[in-house]
Each structure stands twice: as structure tokens, then as C-alpha cells.
Design a protein around this ligand. Sequence first.
Ligand code: IPM
Ligand code: MG
Length: 357
Amino acid sequence: MSKQILILPGDGIGPEIVTQAVAVLEAVDKQCGLGLQLDYGLLGGAAIDEHGEPCPQVTLDKARAAEAILLGAVGGPKWDTIERSIRPERGLLKIRSELQLFGNLRPAILYPQLAAASSLKPEIVAGLDILIVRELTGGIYFGEPRGIRTLENGEREGYNTYKYSESEIRRIGHLAFDAARKRNGRVCSVDKANVLEATMLWREVMEELSKDYPDVELSHMYVDNAAMQLVLRPKQFDVIVTGNMFGDILSDAAAMLTGSIGMLPSASLDKDGRGMYEPCHGSAPDIAGQDKANPLATILSVAMMLRYTLAAPEAADLVEAAVSKVLDAGLRTGDIHSEGMQLVGTREMGEAVVAAL
Ligand code: IPM
Ligand code: MG
């Protein structure tokens, strides 16, 4: 039976990087006989232009029918002034929530070839391999009530709600502990339990859960300290598990350790391992359409799709090896470029990965 893959190019640099990632996916499909069938849909600004909303029903229907989804990026200045309930980012949040993609895996791996591109000294980041497990469908991103209201004195007030139920904490915890078992057996749970009740419960539930995983070492860290430790001694971490907002922030910080956020893929999984795959970076409207964006985060997201949803680990290995080979050959987009390396555009980088396959 053929496997349906939904492609959502999105906005800004999205279409350019997705074109390259799709070429890689098609090449590896042919090589490994995966029987993939690609379909396309609209999300974000592109969907607003066509349907008047950032995540229309037709996209949701296609997403539900698909085995896996490949997403570029959403958003841009063109839609910055529209009403906030239909902004492009809301489309992304809606599809994550509707499909219950609660488990966001963001690996931060430093390719040895890119040690010079990191903002930190090579000895601090050499060999870096962290997995951030971010809760993606709860916390302050989705908590109700939320809004902007006018107080009795006429002043406006913005408010959001930070909450997590025990079952939400438990399911993301399981994902993190299971991942740690396949890695170096350590989970660091990041919270703000010295101030926020929601994360006091988070810490309690993680402690309870850890009893089921005697082979995994659990530690806790406050988020402010975690941000500091990530730039001070990043290699102390194996798996980091945290809530939606802290995970959003810490994964950007971790990305820069690896040289560029243009290198960071992600997987967003539901309870059955079906998922959406996207680069961690945004739509970069300032360089859109200029053949400058780094397609590697999206290409590496394809590798994650092959590994996590399509159960084709050998195909995932092939894609990752091809990326490594292209870096060995000295090809670099602007974001990871350093002296002596060959500066290439989005298309040339993608074509080199396909050729290396
Ligand atoms: C991310 C992005 C999104 C988020 C935005 C675009 C809504 O920053 O995937 O990290 O905050 O989750
Ligand atoms: Mg983010």
C-alpha cells in the first residue's frame, strides 16, 4: 500500500527549502522503494490568501489522511497586520493541536564540520548531541482563558493561562524517558518550580514517572539556569524535557550551539508516532526568494520522518550521511559559511545532497 505524505510549503523561504527537501525525499523513495505518494496543501499565509484562514478544513482533512507531513515555515510581514485570531502562526498552532502532535523532538547535533560556525569555542561544543523534548499542544500556548481585555479603569490588560494536567505531563515524560533509554540514559526536566504552580506539578509528576525508569537518571533544572548552562557547559545534557514555551526558547538557544538554526530539524509526534516534520527556524522573509536559505534543516527533517513515522531507518541514515558528505565537501550556505568554504545557494545545496545520495 502506498504511503501518503502531505507537503505544506508555507510562506517565505518555505517553498524554496521544501522543494529541495522533496527532491531528497523522492530520491530516497526511489532508491529504497518506499512507495510514497506526495500531495500538497496550504498552511499559514498562503492559506489565508487562498481560503481566508491559516489552517482551512481542506488542509486538516488532508493532514488527517496522511501518514506524515512535511512543513516549510509560516508567516511574514504581509500578514502581520491582520486580525490576531487568523494570523499565519495560528494555523501552525491549530494543526499541531487538531492532530494532537504533543511530542516535539528537537535534536541539536553539532556536525564536526561546522565547529567553526558555532558562536561558542570548539572545545565547548565539539561532539554536542542534545535532544530537546518539548511539549507542543499545551501550556501557556493553549491555556484558556486568554486574551486582551479592558479593565474598569479603561486600561487594557493582556492575559494568558499556564496550565498542565497530570496526563499531559505524563505523556511527554514517557516520550522523554523512552528517548533517553535509546541514548545516554539521562533526562533533565526543565521547569520554574520555584515560582509557578503548574511546573511544581510538572516536577512532581516527572519524579513519579522516573520510578518506572530505574535505568534513566532524572535531574531537574530551573529554566533560567538551563539557559545559562546551555551556553556554559552544553555537553552536560542528554535529553531535556520541558513545556511548550520554555522548549520554544531553549531550542532556539540550543540551535545556535550547532552553528546555525538552519541546521535544526524537528519532529512533532502524536501518540501513535504519526507526525509533522519541519525545520525549527522561521520563514525568514528577509531572504525569501533569493536562493540564500539553508535547506539542510528541512532535509534533516525528512530524515527524521523516515526514522520516526515511516520506519525506514536505513533510508534516514542515507539522508544524514549525504548531508554529512556535502558538508565534508565544503559546501556552505551563508548562515554556516566560514573562510575557505564554498558558498552555495539553496538549490545548489539541495542538488548536492541528492547527488550524494
Ligand atoms: C517554533 C516557532 C513557533 C512556536 C511559532 C512560529 C508559532 O517559533 O516552532 O518554534 O512558537 O512554536
Ligand atoms: Mg520557536
